[in-house]
Design a protein around this ligand. Structure first.
Ligand code: SF4
Length: 64
């Protein structure tokens, strides 16, 4: 399966990904997105968040 990851260096804290997938992403105290539940939403919805990220900070990673 593949799971979403976030490159915190690229994240500008826009808040879009937790808005689209609140069960997968949340904002930290440093205003960076983090993954709280890799399987918290459908791949389709996670892909929508990936596509909506203005800095392409979210990416898929293969997980055995
Ligand atoms: Fe950060 Fe991208 Fe999520 Fe915006 S959509 S909070 S830039 S990871």
């Amino acid at each position: 399966m593949r799971v979403p990851k976030i490159d915190k260096e690229k994240c500008i804290g826009c808040g879009t990904c937790p808005l689209l997938c609140p069960n997968v992403f949340r904002m930290t105290d440093e205003n960076k997105a983090e993954v709280t539940n890799e399987a918290g939403d459908s791949e389709e919805n996670i892909q929508a968040a990936i596509d909506s990220c203005p800095t392409a900070a979210i990416f898929w990673e293969e997980k055995a």
